[in-house]
Ligand binder design. Structure first.
Ligand SMILES: Cc1cc2nc3c(=O)[nH]c(=O)nc-3n(C[C@H](O)[C@H](O)[C@H](O)COP(=O)(O)OP(=O)(O)OC[C@H]3O[C@@H](n4cnc5c(N)ncnc54)[C@H](O)[C@@H]3O)c2cc1C
Length: 491
C-alpha cells in the first residue's frame, strides 16, 4: 500500500487529507497527517479580535475533529525530512517513511528577524496580529489606546494574506471613529511595496480608499530596525516614523525544519513548480498552501484551489494515467473595509485584480474592488464555510478552481502610471532623507538565537538536485550558522 505523509494539519493539510480519503479507501492509501498540536486556528479571525468582533473561542477548534477518522493524525513537532531515504524524522524520535510527501506547514511571523522588534516596547507599544497571542495582546492594547500615532506596517513581502494589514487599517479607522478618537489619531500605513498593493488596479482602488479615510501612505519603506528609545520605525534609507502604537506584520517564514532538511530558500519556502506544486528538487515531494514559492498570494483560497489541482493529478497518477491539471495561481480574497462593508479581489498568475462582478456578470452578487455590504457579509460567512465546507473538502458552489474572466472589467492600461493613482496623505512624522536604492537584507544574525539542540541527528546526506534547481541552505534558527545576507524575494 502507498504511504502519503502530510506535514501540517492546517488549511491545506486538512483539505488534502480529507479529499484523498474520500477518493481512496484505507486499503489503497495510508494517509498520515503530522502537526505539532491539536488546535486548528481560523487565522482570518485574528484580524477581527482586536476590534472585539471575534474572541479566541470563535477561531480555535480541535484539529482532529476536522480530519477524517480514516487518516492517522500524529501530534508532535517535525524535526526534519530526509528525502534520500524518504523518511520524516519526528521530534519524539519516531520515523515516518513515505512514498509521497506533502509539505503544508505554512509560514509563521518572525519578529525575531527584525532588530528591535522584540525590544522593550514589544507587547507594550509594538504589536502584531498574525498569531493568536499577538491578536490577544493587541486586543488589550486597542482597548487602552486613547489616540496618538497609529502605524500599521509590513516588514517584507511575501506575507500570508497580503491584504490583511490594509484590512486592519480600515477596521482601525472605523473603530477609532466609533470610539470618537479618530480626530486625535494620525493613521499611517507603511509598506515595503511601491504602492498600496502589488498590482496597479488594486493599488489604485486601495490607495483611493486610504485617501478617503485620510490615512497616510508611506511606500518603499524597508525597515532596518525599531528604535525602542524614541518609538520609531527606522528604514535602511534613514527615514524615521514615530508611533504611539505600532501594529507590524513581522517577516513571514517557513518552518525551521525545512532549512534543517536542506529543502528551502532563504525564507524556508520550498521551491516548487508553479502549476503542479511539485518540489523542484524532489519529485515525490509536493508543497501545498503557504509553504512553497507560488508567485501568487499566500491565502486560504489559494491553498483550496491548489489542493483541488493536486488531488486531480494525484488520483490520475495513482490510477496510472498522465496528470492533466495545472494550477493557474487563482486567488480570491475578501477585504474588510470597515463600516460594515468589504471589497473582493479575484486574480491569478496572469490576470491582475480588476473591478467588476463576481462570480456572475451583471448579477454578481459580489462586487470586485468596490466597497459593498454584501462583500462584508461574504467575508463573515467565510468562517462558517471554512469549518463546514472547506476543511471537510466539500465543493463550494459557484467558486471555480480556475479563475474566470466573466464579470471582470478588464483594463488595458494597467501600468502604475496608467491607473491615475490618487496622491496619498503625507505621513505625519518621517524625517526626509536621501533614499538608497538597495533592498534591505534580513539580519540573519538576529535569527541565530541559541536554542536547545534537538536530539542527536545522523549526518545529513545531500540528495542530488533536479536540473534547473539551485539548492540553497535556508535559515535554521536553531543552527549555529545562518546565511549572512539572504535576499528577500518580492512577489
Ligand atoms: C491575520 C490573517 C488573516 C488572513 N485572512 C485570510 C483571508 O481573509 N482569506 C484567505 O484566504 N486567507 C487568509 N489568511 C491566510 C490563511 O490563513 C493561510 O494562507 C492559510 O492558513 C495557509 O494554509 P497552510 O495550510 O499553508 O498553513 P497553516 O494553515 O498555517 O497550517 C500550517 C500547519 O503546520 C503546522 N506546523 C508548522 N510547522 C510545524 C512543525 N515544525 N511541526 C509540526 N507542525 C508544524 C502548524 O501547526 C499549522 O497547523 C489570513 C492569515 C492571517 C494570519
Amino acid at each position: 500500500m502507498k504511504r502519503l505523509v502530510i506535514l501540517g494539519g492546517g488549511t491545506a493539510g486538512t483539505m488534502v487529507a480529507n479529499k484523498l480519503r474520500a477518493a481512496l479507501g484505507t486499503h489503497e492509501l495510508h494517509i498520515t497527517v503530522v502537526d505539532r498540536d491539536d488546535a486548528h486556528h481560523y487565522q482570518p479571525g485574528y484580524l477581527f479580535m482586536p476590534f472585539g468582533i471575534y474572541n479566541t473561542s470563535d477561531i480555535v477548534r480541535s484539529r482532529h475533529r476536522f480530519i477524517d477518522d480514516g487518516v492517522e493524525l500524529v501530534l508532535t513537532e517535525i524535526d526534519r525530512v530526509e528525502p534520500g531515504s524518504r523518511t520524516v524524522h519526528l521530534a519524539d524520535g519516531r520515523l515516518l517513511p513515505y512514498d509521497v510527501l506533502v509539505i503544508a506547514t505554512g509560514v509563521s511571523p518572525r519578529p525575531d528577524a527584525t532588530p528591535g522588534m522584540q525590544g522593550k516596547l514589544w507587547g507594550e507599544k509594538v504589536h502584531e496580529f498574525y498569531s493568536l497571542p499577538g491578536a490577544q495582546a493587541l486586543t488589550e492594547a486597542m482597548r487602552r489606546f486613547r489616540g496618538g500615532r497609529l502605524v500599521v506596517h509590513i516588514t517584507e513581502m511575501p506575507i500570508k494574506c497580503p491584504v490583511a494589514p490594509m484590512e486592519f487599517t480600515f477596521l482601525a479607522d472605523d473603530w477609532l471613529r466609533k470610539h470618537r478618537i479618530r480626530d486625535r489619531t494620525d493613521v499611517t500605513y507603511v509598506t515595503p511595496l511601491d504602492g498600496a498593493f502589488t498590482k496597479p488596479v488594486a493599488s489604485r482602488e486601495l490607495a483611493t480608499a486610504l485617501v478617503d479615510r485620510q490615512i497616510a501612505l508611506e511606500t518603499d519603506f524597508a525597515v532596518e530596525h525599531i528604535d525602542n528609545d524614541t518609538s520609531e520605525l527606522v528604514s535602511f534609507d534613514g527615514r524615521r516614523i514615530g508611533f504611539d502604537l505600532l501594529v507590524t506584520v513581522p517577516l513571514n517564514m517557513g518552518a525551521d525544519y525545512i532549512a534543517r532538511s536542506g529543502l528551502g530558500d532563504e525564507l524556508n519556502l520550498v521551491p516548487c513548480d508553479q502549476h503542479t506544486m511539485r518540489s523542484l528538487a524532489h519529485p515525490e515531494i509536493h508543497v501545498l498552501g503557504d509553504a512553497g514559492t507560488l508567485q501568487t498570494s499566500k491565502a486560504g483560497s489559494v491553498a483550496h484551489f491548489a489542493v483541488d489541482v493536486f488531488v486531480h493529478n494525484f488520483l490520475d497518477d495513482f490510477n496510472g494515467r498522465p496528470a492533466t491539471h495545472g494550477f493557474d495561481g487563482h486567488a480570491n480574497c475578501f477585504i474588510e473595509s470597515g463600516n460594515g462593508k468589504g471589497m473582493l479581489l479575484d486574480f491569478n498568475y496572469t490576470t491582475e485584480p480588476f473591478t467588476g462582478d463576481f462570480p456572475l456578470p451583471v448579477v454578481g452578487p459580489f462586487k470586485l474592488l468596490k466597497e459593498t455590504r454584501l462583500n462584508h457579509i461574504g467575508k463573515l460567512a467565510f468562517r462558517w464555510i471554512y469549518w463546514n465546507m472547506l476543511l471537510p473538502g466539500r465543493p463550494i458552489p459557484m467558486i471555480p478552481t480556475a479563475m474566470s474572466l466573466a464579470g471582470k472589467r478588464v483594463e488595458k492600461d494597467v501600468t502604475a502610471a496608467g491607473t491615475g493613482m490618487p496622491t496619498a496623505v503625507a505621513p505625519s512624522s518621517p524625517a526626509p532623507a536621501p533614499r538608497v536604492t538597495s533592498r534591505p537584507k534580513v539580519d540573519a544574525t538576529a535569527l541565530a538565537k541559541p536554542r536547545p539542540e534537538p536530539a542527536a541527528r545522523p549526518p545529513h546526506t545531500p540528495v542530488p538536485a533536479a536540473a534547473g534547481y539551485t539548492d540553497r541552505p535556508g535559515v535554521d534558527s536553531a543552527a549555529a550558522e545562518v546565511l549572512a545576507t539572504p535576499i528577500i524575494p518580492k512577489f
